[in-house]
Design a protein around this ligand. Structure first.
Ligand SMILES: *[C@@H]1O[C@H](CO)[C@@H](O)[C@H](O)[C@H]1NC(C)=O
Ligand SMILES: *[C@@H]1O[C@H](CO)[C@@H](O)[C@H](O)[C@H]1NC(C)=O
Ligand SMILES: *[C@@H]1O[C@H](CO)[C@@H](O)[C@H](O)[C@H]1NC(C)=O
Ligand SMILES: *[C@@H]1O[C@H](CO)[C@@H](O)[C@H](O)[C@H]1NC(C)=O
Ligand SMILES: *[C@@H]1O[C@H](CO)[C@@H](O)[C@H](O)[C@H]1NC(C)=O
Length: 618
């Protein structure tokens, strides 16, 4: 895939190399980045010198500040450019490196006898596969093998690396070096008969909801009634699309989607055959579950995602991307390091496409502090490019409230073991819309299922909608007033445990407990913000459908609109809190809160507020 992109741009690059004949610059190496190894990772041994690393070099973008400025203009409903999303070429023009950056970086690589094997379509990332020995000399560092305490996964990483001084301003980040970031799914299944029941649950008094909503197994019929999408028929399926991403070897299974739709949305059953599956970087293909998938419970997350979307957004065409390059991985000399964080591979693939779906769901995240800040910024900047081109990206807020249940794990990676709440990335990126979870119906409250032991003796951990404040990204302007208001209202509660100035998340929420779903031909229930995220994405894709029907642009990067206008089309969630780190965690309150964001969708209101077209009977 990446190879194809390289072929297309290689001619351009060759031309540029001739024009740009930089002065031979050589300066001494200086440390570019240090990052403490996260506490769950233990250093094992020196990395094998011939182990191959797929190095990704993030070179400085020529005019990212301007891209961000334009992104905000086209996403602000009060701006005259609102909805005038940027073309792929316009985005590339703003982020491609300058000739000076290009020349200096290639000169340095040439000095080491290195030719990049491929480039991102905007040439803001260079890729090259190299043995550890070569990377160590290039970055003046030493790589080690590290092992994760819980699952024994191994990666080859370093805790510091260097660059010639004159290149510090031209290269933002290089990975894999110091990043211990991994994809983590935010879903967990419930074994039959082991459902925890909320003692505060009361059945809905509304006759419609009462008939279709079963708190032990929520279904598309319930979501359609709860969020008022029932009876809406898509009007722009040829122009509107919805998508979701898969990592960790996950891929959606058509036969399970078929069973699910036959039971819960029979009119939509053709989606099981029709949805598109795209494979990136040797990800898993469109095949049935293999014996090892069955053994590892692989594709429960992917099945949940496709079923949640297909159940709500029919007839909107669905695209699924399965990106390879996931742990577990045991380093050996001959296998290239396949444990790179794969979001970057996916987003750079997406950006190389002429067009892509206008609403995309991702249910994976990891602790923000496992990602070095420079790398988090650059991945977030790639998401900003997607937003500028008119697509809403949705990410799950996590299933751990303000942090893990065990307070001993609520610890900073600052080298001092400072106690703090743990935020997640990409959930904390200001250019994505982060989705929290709710449960019950009248009213909907924060999703919270305390740990319990089922009748079969199986122990289930705590689950709460995740939420908090970024330690890397400041609160963006669109939410500054509400996050400040929320922090003030806490009146000192949890002071010192979170960053008061940080980007607060989630932004929005949807149901996230006990979704009916099929896997391996069998029905079960599954929970998590991993359920909320595709469901919410499906609802927003219907809003986009109504916008296209009205001849208007789709919502694009959602947050500026959501905080300014869209919140009036949401049900505010005011009960529950983000339990974690052995405290009750941030409470849900009137208005925005870092547990359920601004609330859950009321579809016809969102359509009206956005200027979309509703059928006459709506
Ligand atoms: C609700 O769902 C549970 C779990 O699937 C099921 O056992 C129960 O019979 C359902 N209740 C109703 C009223 O349909
Ligand atoms: C019950 O809920 C449905 C779906 O949200 C709604 O259309 C209807 O107006 C509600 N009925 C009452 C009496 O509130
Ligand atoms: C998958 O389904 C088959 C057929 O029903 C069953 O025999 C098998 O035990 C199932 N495997 C798992 C892991 O659920
Ligand atoms: C932090 O905790 C780890 C063990 O979890 C320990 O090895 C280390 O010495 C501690 N550091 C400080 C500064 O207390
Ligand atoms: C669940 O959370 C409670 C309250 O914070 C805590 O006491 C308990 O140890 C947690 N249980 C598990 C299994 O993590």
């Amino acid at each position: 895939m990446v190879g194809l992109i390289a072929a297309v741009v290689s001619a351009l690059i060759a031309a540029q190399a001739v024009i740009a004949t930089p002065v031979r610059s050589r300066t001494a190496y200086q440390v570019k980045e240090t990052h403490n190894v996260p506490r769950k990772w233990k250093r094992v041994e020196r990395a094998p010198q011939d182990h191959v690393i797929n190095l990704q070099i993030g070179v400085k973008q020529s005019n990212y500040a301007e891209l961000e400025r334009q992104l905000y203009e086209v996403s602000d409903p009060d701006h005259h450019r609102y909805g005038q999303h940027l073309s792929a070429d316009a985005v590339t023009e703003l982020v491609k490196p300058t000739e000076e950056t290009w020349g200096l970086v290639h000169e340095w690589l040439e000095d080491h006898g290195i030719v990049p094997s491929s480039y991102s379509s905007s040439k803001d990332w260079l890729m090259v596969a190299l043995p550890v020995s070569a990377v160590e000399s290039l970055l003046d560092t030493e790589y080690h093998t590290y092992e994760h305490a819980d699952d024994k996964t191994r990666v080859v990483r370093t805790s510091a690396w260097s660059l010639p001084a004159h290149l510090h301003a031209h290269i933002d980040t290089i990975q894999p070096t110091t990043s211990f970031f991994r994809a983590r799914a935010n879903a967990f299944e419930h074994i039959d008969g082991a459902l925890w029941r909320d003692p505060n649950y009361a059945p809905p008094s509304n006759g419609t909801l009462n008939q279709v909503c079963n708190v032990s197994s929520v279904t598309p019929e319930c979501f359609q009634a709860l969020y008022s999408t029932k009876g809406y028929h898509t009007q722009a399926a040829g122009k509107n699309q919805v998508g979701f991403t898969n990592y960790l070897g996950e891929h959606p299974i058509r036969t399970d989607l078929d069973l699910f739709l036959k039971k819960y949305r029979p009119e939509a059953v053709s989606s099981a055959q029709d949805f598109e599956q795209i494979v990136i970087a040797d990800g898993p293909g469109d095949i049935p579950l293999s014996p090892s998938d069955l053994e590892d419970s692989t594709s429960k997350e992917a099945n949940l995602d496709v079923q949640a979307i297909a159940g709500i957004s029919w007839k909107t065409p669905i695209t699924s991307w399965s990106t390879g390059g996931s742990p577990p991985f045991i380093p050996s000399a001959s296998t290239p390091d396949n444990s790179n964080e794969p979001y970057l591979v996916w987003v750079n693939y997406l950006l190389s496409q002429e067009s892509f779906p206008q609403a995309i769901s991702t249910s994976y995240a990891d602790d923000e502090q496992t990602v070095p800040i420079a790398y988090a910024r650059r991945v977030c900047q790639q998401f900003a490019q997607v937003g500028a081109r008119g697509t809403s990206l949705f990410f799950a807020s996590g299933d751990d409230g303000v942090g893990p249940s065990d307070p001993a794990e609520c610890i900073s990676n600052d080298g001092q073991n400072t106690t703090m709440f743990l935020s997640l990335f990409p959930s904390s990126c200001p250019f994505v819309t982060t989705v929290g979870a709710t449960q019950n119906f009248e009213p909907e409250v924060v999703a919270y299922r305390p740990a319990f032991v089922g009748p079969d003796g199986v122990a289930h951990g705590n689950y709460t909608s995740g939420g908090g404040f970024s330690n890397y990204f400041p609160a963006p302007y669109y939410q500054e007033a509400v996050t400040k208001h929320y922090v003030d209202s806490l009146d000192g509660l949890y002071d010192g445990l979170y960053n008061k100035e940080g980007r607060g998340y989630p932004d929005i929420s949807a149901q996230g407990l006990y979704f009916a779903y099929f896997w391996n031909g069998t029905e079960g229930v599954i929970s998590g913000t991993s359920a909320s995220t595709p469901l919410l994405t499906g609802v927003i894709s219907l809003v986009n459908d109504a916008l296209i029907a009205a001849g208007k642009p789709t919502l694009g990067f959602l947050n500026p609109w959501l905080y300014k206008k869209g919140w009036k089309g949401l049900t505010d969630i005011v009960s529950g809190s983000a339990h974690g780190c052995d405290v009750d965690g941030f409470p849900a309150v009137k208005g925005w809160d870092p547990v359920t964001g601004l609330g859950t969708p009321i579809f016809p209101e969102l359509v009206r507020l956005s200027g979309g077209k509703l059928p006459h009977n709506y």
